[in-house]
Structure formats: C-alpha cells, structure tokens
Design a protein around this ligand. Structure first.
Ligand code: AMP
Ligand code: MG
Length: 464
C-alpha cells in the first residue's frame, strides 16, 4: 500500500471525492406515506404528471353554467329556466342529460339541444360540455345560494359577463408535464402537486447519513467543558462543527466521539462509526428526538491526524494494509488552509479524512464534504459560488488556492474577517462566506472580483 502523497489542485481533489461516492439507492415511496414522512428526501428521477390538473373543466365560482349563444352579446339580461345542478363530485354527464338529447351531428359540430337553460353549479363542479361560462350567483337575480339549504329556484335572470369563470381541463398541468427534476427536494408542495397530477408514488433517495469522528489524544469530549488541570488537552470542537455542517447540508450526522492517536483505537472507532451507532454519550444530531435505531452510514468524515507527524494516526492507519481498508488516496492539495487530505473506504463505506485544525476542517467541509453529500443525495452539483467585490486587500500564498473567511457588507462587497490571531476559528464567527482565491493570485486588492461560497445556514450580511 502506498504511503506517498499525491500533489493535486482543489478541482482535481473535488473530482476524486466525487468519484469516491455514488448516489444512494432510489426507492419508490407511496405518496400517502410521504405526506407524513421524513423531511430531507430528494427526488431520484424527473417527475411527470399522469393526470390533467384540473382533470375536467371546472367552475371557478358558484353560479350558473350558461351557453353564451343564449345570452345577448350586448349584456341585456335574459331569464332562463334552471334545468339541473352540478355539484363538486358529481359526474358531468348528469348535466348533459339535463339539457336533453344532443343531435347526432357530425363530429366536431356543436350539439343542438332541445332545451335552452342554465345549470346551477358550485365551485369545483364539472362544467357541462355544452356550457361556455359560469355567471357568478351574485351577478344574477338569485343573489346568493344558502349553504346547506336545497336550491329551489326554477328560473334565473342573468347577463353575459366579461370573464368565463371556468378553469379549463389541464390549464394548470397537462398529462406528461414535467413537475420537478431529479435532485429536487421533496417539499410539501411537491407532494401535493404530485398527488393532484395523479401520481401514487415518488422515486426518492433518503437523507444521507454521515458519521463524524474526531482524532487526537489531546481531545476532551465535545461540550464537556475545559480541563483545568493543565493536562494539555482541549475540547473536541470539530465533531460539533462538522455535525452541524452536515445537518445544514441536508444529511443526518452521527457523532461517534473523539479517539486518541492510537491506530487500533481508530480502527475500532471506524468499525463502530460505519455501523451507524453513536457514542454512548453522544447522539444523532436531531434535536430532542431519541436516536433512531442503528443504520449503516453512507459516509465517514474524520478530522485530524492526516499530516505526516509522528502522532498522525489517520496516516498510520491508511499506510497499514488491512482487510477493511481499500481505495486509499493521500493527497497534498494546493490549498490553504486544508493542505493534507485523504480518501479511503472502510468496510466499503467512503471515508473522507480532513485535517484537524478547525478552520481547515471548516474549509475542507465546504470544498469537499458538501459536494460529497450532494452526490450521495443525488442532487445536481450545486454551483454555489457568487461573484463579489473585495472591500479588503490581502496577500495570498503563491501556488495554492487561498480560502478566506469573509463577511458581506451592506454594499454587497465582502470584507476579509481576521480573528484575533489571524487564521483562528473565531474568524469564522464573523464570516458569512468563504472567498476562494485562485492559486495564481498573489495579491487581492480592494475592488477585485472574488468567488465566494456562502456558508450554510448563515444568511448573507448577517454579521455586517
Ligand atoms: P492535526 O490535524 O491532528 O494535526 O490537528 C491540527 C490542530 O488542530 C491541532 O492543534 C489540534 O489540537 C487541533 N485539533 C485537532 N482536532 C481537533 C478537534 N476535534 N477539535 C478542536 N481542535 C482540534
Ligand atoms: Mg492530531
């Protein structure tokens, strides 16, 4: 097994990450189940309507269905017999009969009816084939219908109206119309439109599940407070950071706790992580609900130990042959921060190994993990960068893509956020985006155009 690193650019590494993950299996789920089902599902195929919406010409108002030929074009009122009723849910043919037999004329010829008259009709009810318009009841001598009472009027005086008040068959959606593309989120509106369009199931991919694992003998459990005994230990902040970023990216996160810089401990922790079980003290990051039953994860993300130091446990595990380990790629990516990166499969689950520095981990998430989650979910690669003008000047390392936390000002320009100690994680607190400065740029001047990646869950201008 090779222990060497491959030097590559950011785009090359993104391509390697995408080649490393495959979309989750698509399943057909019944619409009735989806209506109350889990959020975060993604459509696995293009969705076409099977039925027309509306499925028949329907009244858009309560009133009377009329034949325009019976109403003078100049708007003079006429009095006509009420010959039938069309209620929502009643078949249209009942009102066809009410108008008497149509002549057996040539196809396409308008049928001649034995009776001149109108049909009482309620909103949503089928408009008879012979009728062209609905005259709203408030524009007629009836004035209004009384809810729940039988309607008994035998004739009505009405006149031609400027609008037809008929929702034509298929005016909203025609059979075969594209309702949504593969990769769209399954939203409440999509479920409703699919039901209206006559569909019974949707092809979906479930929300990806991502295990998050921190490495480092210096790490105390996340959120357990600081150590006051001068032991050289620090809280594990990365697993909280990454779990929150995973959730903001539309996946479920399972934190499996921090492991010390010990190769056997890391192998055991990876076995535990791919099984989908969280650490005893941790949980699935889903708020107050109880953790769901263990289910295999689709991706493992580790932080730390990926450099070439003596305690770099991820490198040690990646360099040692093991039946559970395959497809190892260790890369020196032309990127700052986030230079050392690695990919592998552990028990056939894709594993992305990020550096441990919290800002490096953050940048690595935005550039590499987020696209991997999108790919698992079957979402089209999302071109998320925006063009923004820089309000600051800084120098960039030659030959490396420089990723810089920035904040959007009221003007729309972006300002370099500098933490109290330069590239400190506190700089991220004030950022709403990351500027991605190409490798061949060594100086950014005020007014230069930059590509910026908005940060998940942080509205632009939030920190301005
Ligand atoms: P490493 O990539 O393991 O060499 O770690 C680089 C730096 O990031 C070291 O100063 C670590 O202490 C710090 N670090 C690593 N993992 C974490 C973590 N989970 N939370 C906070 N800081 C970390
Ligand atoms: Mg470490």
């Amino acid at each position: 097994m090779s222990t060497g690193r491959t030097s590559r650019g950011v785009e090359e590494h993104v391509a390697a990450v995408l080649a490393h993950v495959a979309p989750l299996v698509a399943v057909d789920v019944g619409l009735a189940g989806l209506a109350v089902g889990e959020p975060g599902l993604v459509l696995a195929g293009d969705l076409h309507a099977e039925a027309a919406v509306p499925p028949f010409d329907a009244a858009a108002m309560d009133g009377y269905a009329v034949r325009l030929a019976d109403l003078p074009p100049d708007g003079t009122p006429v009095t006509l017999p009420v010959v039938g009723d069309s209620r929502p849910g009643s078949p249209a043919h009942r009102c066809e009969r009410a108008m008497g037999p149509a002549s057996a004329g040539a196809e396409g010829a308008s049928p001649a009816h034995s009776v001149t008259g109108v049909v009482r009709i309620m909103t949503g009810a089928p408009v008879p084939a012979w009728a062209d318009a609905v005259v709203p009841v408030e524009r007629t001598s009836t004035g209004r219908f009384v809810a729940g009472s039988p309607t008994t009027e035998h004739e009505v005086t009405l006149a031609r109206q400027p609008r037809a008040h008929v929702r034509r068959r298929a005016e909203d959606v025609a059979p075969g119309d594209l309702l949504a593309r593969a990769g769209s989120a399954v939203t409440p509106a999509l479920v409703a439109v699919a039901a209206s369009g006559g569909l019974t199931t949707l092809p979906v991919r479930r929300r990806p599940r991502v295990a998050v694992l921190s490495t480092g003998s210096e790490l105390l459990p996340a959120g357990a407070g600081a150590d006051t005994t001068d032991s050289g230990r620090i809280p594990d902040s990365n697993s909280l950071l990454l779990a929150a970023l995973v959730r903001a990216a539309g996946a479920d996160a399972v934190r499996t706790g921090a492991v010390p810089d010990d190769a056997d401990a890391l192998r055991a922790a990876l076995d535990h992580a791919v099984s989908g079980r969280s650490a005893p003290s941790d949980g699935v990051e889903g708020g107050a609900r109880p953790p769901p039953a263990a289910r295999e994860v689709d991706l493992v993300v580790t932080t730390g130990g990926v450099s070439a130091g003596a305690s770099d446990v991820v490198r040690a595990v990646l360099a040692t042959p093991d039946d559970r380990l395959r497809a190892v790629e260790v890369a020196a990516v032309a990127l700052r921060p986030g230079h050392p990166q690695a990919l592998a499969r552990w028990r056939d689950v894709p594993w992305l190994a990020l550096p441990g520095n919290p800002v490096s981990a953050f940048v690595s998430f935005a550039l590499f993990v987020r696209p991997a989650i999108d790919a698992l979910a079957g979402r089209a690669p999302d071109v998320r960068t925006l063009r923004r003008r820089s309000a600051s000047a800084w120098s960039s390392p030659p030959g490396r893509v420089h990723v810089v936390p920035v904040r959007t000002l009221a003007s729309g320009d972006v300002e370099h956020v500098v933490g109290p100690a330069g590239h400190a994680s506190s700089a991220l607190l004030g950022a709403d985006a990351l500027a991605v400065v190409p490798a061949d740029v060594e100086k950014v001047a005020v007014g230069d155009e930059l590509d910026v990646l908005p940060l998940d869950g942080v509205p632009p201008g939030r920190h301005a």
